[in-house]
Design a binder for this molecule. Structure first.
Ligand code: C5P
Length: 276
């Protein structure tokens, strides 16, 4: 039996540089894992069983955990059955990379459980076949990601961001629709390398090129940003393709909240050969 935490990620900045011939977009983004976790437990079993704490999440081939298991079987030629327990805390369609993290965690867990000793770089490449954000989780938790998002430049630990809250509105947003709704602005944008070096020198400039297309799909996001400013956050930016907003500041929280709130979120990292 193996049981591992599967962390969420946020994008401290995300620039869209171009639309590619294959339909994907060329990105430059600073990814960071945070201490909001799902948990995945796997054990060898006589038959396949998949339990998930959230009944709205499919437990069939649509789930990235199943797709990661099938990929692992195809790549290694091994055959086995598993009892899978997935405890979900990371909201779906939220820009927090929950599904991608689950896929990466599953690949890492299977490698341990079956003692297959596949190098981390190889697992990271396999992950890229399933989704653009999966390879990132094989970094130590901080990386500058380019290409579709799957080309990883690992980075040293960043200074913790003070009082970070994650606000998840009651609606999710489809990544594919946000990208479809995007018009790439090739000019007049901050250069991603300069943004990266500013971050590494504790001069962060939070920015997300997907925020405008997400707001035109879900105009309520604009209302949420305005309200969050009013209650005292001084920096509010979307992560990934939304709908979660990363908020910095010390708010005066109203008694009832029209959104899901994760308070005092911290950056997290993993050490070499260990998971998060
Ligand atoms: O790779 P992933 O499955 O996470 O991507 C979901 C969708 O988001 C893709 O089908 C594509 O429409 C869009 N996408 C994109 N450019 C990227 C990443 C994703 O256009 N770099």
């Amino acid at each position: 039996m193996i049981s591992l935490k599967s962390p969420a990620k946020i994008n401290l900045f995300l620039r869209v540089l171009a639309k590619r011939a294959d339909g994907y977009h060329e990105l430059a983004s600073l990814f960071q894992t945070v201490d909001l976790y799902d948990r995945i437990s796997l054990s060898l079993n006589e038959e396949d069983k998949f339990y998930c704490s959230d009944s709205s999440i499919p437990t069939d081939a649509r789930n990235l955990v199943c797709r990661a298991i099938n990929l692992f079987k195809n790549k290694t030629g091994l055959n086995f059955h598993l009892k899978i327990d997935l405890e979900k805390n990371i909201p779906a369609m939220a820009g927090l990379g929950g599904g991608s993290s689950n896929a990466a965690t599953t690949l890492f867990a299977l490698n341990r459980l079956l003692n297959t000793r596949i190098p981390m770089t190889e697992l990271s490449r396999w992950g890229a076949e399933l989704g653009s954000d999966i390879s990132f989780f094989f970094s130590a938790g901080t990386a500058y990601c380019t290409g579709r998002g799957e080309i990883i430049e690992p980075l040293e630990q960043l200074a913790q961001c003070s009082t970070l809250y994650l606000v998840k509105p009651p609606f999710g947003i489809s990544t594919a629709l946000v990208f479809k709704n995007l018009s790439v602005n090739y000019e007049n944008n901050p250069c991603p390398r300069q943004m990266l070096s500013a971050f590494c020198n504790s001069r962060p400039h939070f920015h997300n090129d997907l925020e405008n297309p997400a707001c035109s799909l879900e105009p309520n996001l604009i209302f949420y940003k305005k309200k969050l400013k009013e209650i005292g956050f001084y920096e509010i930016f979307m992560t990934g393709s939304g709908s979660t907003l990363c908020c910095i500041g010390q708010p005066i929280l109203p008694l009832s909240l029209p959104f899901q709130l994760f308070q005092e979120v911290r950056y997290t990292r993993r050490s070499l050969n260990e998971w998060y």
